[in-house]
Design a protein around this ligand. Structure first.
Ligand code: PEP
Ligand code: MG
Length: 606
């Protein structure tokens, strides 16, 4: 990902240049660049005379203390702005600075080997990096950057290079840096920093998450892109396509501004859908719900008129920390989500983590095939102590609004029964402690493993609702690794096998009198809406930004048309034929907006 589109770039050149990275927030901004020195400091290596060792240890500890002070102050600022989620990220860095495996071991290395702090720190961080590198999960592996941030912060304090504070920026600029730490992002004066561009980072990097939460437009992962930007250059930062234009010509600026105006107009027009019911022309009503990862996303959920949270991925509560979240931390997060979503329901999913090594004290074996390994419900059932803490918090939160519990990666009935047993124990202990909870709390399962889809009729008798996780269902059914770019073209939501499985699951759910939702990415893609309606899903849960577009499409169809479309689709043999059929139908309804294939993806992803 990322990299330069035009190889012949030079830093001096004032001519228009384009760099390509990863867009983080769906906005286009122009402004002046401000280059920030976040160049990597290399750790110098020196052997010390023995009598200097105590002094060196003190120097190291002072730098660690100074680093903590800086992070605490950045965190204070975030909390002051009510940005609780991003503050968690800084907590993770603070925890690293207090981590015995890192700090005490580094002191020990200085003591034993008589070497300088920078070198000793590097030795110990390299050891930790090696562990992170072995984690077979993109998101978790990318957390390795937290170690880099900590290293750079301590090194800056050791070498006296300090860190230029972004809080001090006085005029409106676009910050450009090799890398920005989450603490940097937190410190940005939002009215001054209109956007930022970095060489480093991916879609799920903390800096990107922070940018989204704080709604700062950004392009990350430009690789060596920032080599070509000078302070004072005019930039266009297109957070939708991930393109950064350096010194654009007036024509290009005009083109982008026109594009931005069109986009804003579409957004404004779509806003009219906010309070309209999600129903077809003939009155078939579905619920449009939101998927969230962070509590901070709730304002956007409400703004887009979601009728509840269809999937709260609780994984974020566990990431970037040495200790497991306490029951109280779980409870506070769930209570906030439930109270703010009320009177609508919030579906909270129990932990769905793959690379469990991240939960450091558990030390589980490395797996050859993590997607098919000790993941999700399998992990929870193997670690009932951890599971019970989460279930207790969910039950406690159910006293504050409508909570539904969702179990990930269910493959058969016995898992559900085991969960029910554990849940019962949790219920009994809460009752004994006189802690209130909803005794009728609903239990649902993610339908994302082919075996579950195949026995949907049996599973439907055991639970209160289904939620179809197409991200994994497609991965497991079509044998396409969802994170492997080499097989990405084979990842086909409209594959006849997927449509048949969805139809079968919906039928099983409806026969048993339970609701069936879809919460995979497929549910938020405008292209698939007529098919999903025709398959008679009850709820569609998606990124809240997709809600208006999905509503617009579903309000233009009758259920009958959609059912006919599904019937016709199921007569076809390939995903391509089915896609063309759906496209033709959409083109008839939206001749202006759905002309090209590109549109669907862009709209769905923006
Ligand atoms: C899915 O698999 O479709 C899903 C929604 O869950 P996740 O993407 O978290 O695996
Ligand atoms: Mg899944």
């Amino acid at each position: 990902m990322g990299g330069l589109e035009k190889i012949s770039l030079t830093r001096e050149s004032k001519k228009t240049q384009f760099i390509k990275g990863i867009g983080v927030t769906a906005q286009i901004i122009t402004g002046k660049a401000y280059l920030v020195d976040r160049g990597k400091i290399e750790a110098p290596a020196r052997v010390l005379p023995e009598n200097q060792v105590p002094w060196e240890i003190e120097r190291f500890q002072d730098a660690v203390e100074e680093s903590k002070k800086q992070l605490r102050s950045a965190k204070e600022k975030l909390l002051h702005e009510d940005a609780v989620g991003p503050a968690y990220i800084l907590d993770a860095h603070l925890l690293l600075l207090e981590d015995k495996h890192l700090i005490d071991t580094t002191v020990e290395t200085i003591k034993q080997s008589w070497i300088n702090s920078e070198w000793a720190l590097k030795i110990n961080l390299d050891r930790l990096r090696k562990i992170f590198n072995s984690i077979d999960d993109d998101y978790l592996r990318s957390r390795k950057t937290d170690l880099d941030y900590i290293e750079q912060r301590i090194l800056r304090n050791l070498t006296g290079r300090g860190t230029e504070s972004l809080a001090q920026i006085k005029e409106e600029v676009i910050v450009v840096a090799h890398d920005l730490s989450p603490a940097d992002t937190a410190q940005m004066a939002k009215d001054k920093v209109t956007a930022f561009v970095t060489d480093m980072g991916g879609k799920t990097s903390h800096t990107a998450i922070m940018a989204r939460s704080l709604e700062i437009p950004a392009v990350v992962g430009c690789e060596t892109g920032t080599h070509y930007i000078n302070t004072g250059d005019t930039l266009i930062v297109d957070g939708i396509t991930g393109v950064v234009v350096i010194n654009p010509s007036p024509e290009i600026i005009q083109e982008y501004m026109d594009r931005n105006r069109t986009r804003q107009k579409i957004e404004r027009d779509l806003f009219q859908y906010r309070d309209l019911p999600a129903e077809t022309l003939d009155g078939y009503r579905v619920k449009l719900l939101a998927n969230i990862e962070l509590v901070e996303e709730i304002p956007s959920v409400l703004e887009h008129g979601a009728e509840g949270i269809g999937l709260y991925r609780t994984e974020y509560l566990y990431l970037n920390r040495k200790e497991l979240p306490t029951e109280e931390e779980h409870f506070q997060a769930y209570k906030t989500v439930v109270e703010r979503t009320s009177p609508h329901p919030a579906v909270i999913r129990t932990l769905d983590i793959g690379g469990d090594k991240f939960i450091s004290h558990l030390e589980l074996a490395e797996e050859m095939n993590p997607a098919m390994g000790l993941r999700a419900i399998r992990f929870s059932l193997k670690e009932p102590g951890i599971f019970k803490i989460q279930l207790r918090a969910m039950l406690r939160a159910s006293a504050y609004g409508k909570v539904k519990i969702l179990l990930p990666m269910i493959s058969g009935v016995s898992e559900i029964r085991e969960v029910k047993k554990i849940l019962n124990e949790v219920r009994l202990s809460l009752t004994a402690e006189r802690i209130p909870y909803d005794p009728h709390i609903e239990i649902g399962i993610m339908m994302e493993v082919p075996s579950a889809a195949t026995i949907a009729d049996i599973l439907a008798k055991e639970v209160n609702f289904f939620s179809i996780g197409t991200n994994d269902l497609i991965q497991y059914t079509l044998a396409i690794d969802r994170v492997n770019e080499y097989v990405a073209h084979l990842y086909e939501p409209l594959h006849p096998a997927i449509l048949r499985l969805v139809r079968q699951m919906v039928k099983a759910a409806h026969d048993a009198g339970i609701r069936v939702a879809m919460c995979g990415e497929m549910a938020g893609e405008p292209l698939y809406v007529p098919i999903l309606l025709g398959l008679e899903l009850d709820d569609l849960s998606m990124n809240s930004l997709s809600i208006f577009r999905v509503k617009k499409i579903l309000r233009s169809y009758t259920l009958r048309e959609c059912k006919e479309l599904v019937e016709a689709a199921l007569q076809l043999s390939t995903p391509e034929e089915i896609e063309e059929l759906v496209r033709a139908s959409l083109r008839q309804k939206f001749p202006d907006e759905f002309r090209e294939k590109f549109n669907f993806r862009t709209i769905a992803n923006s």
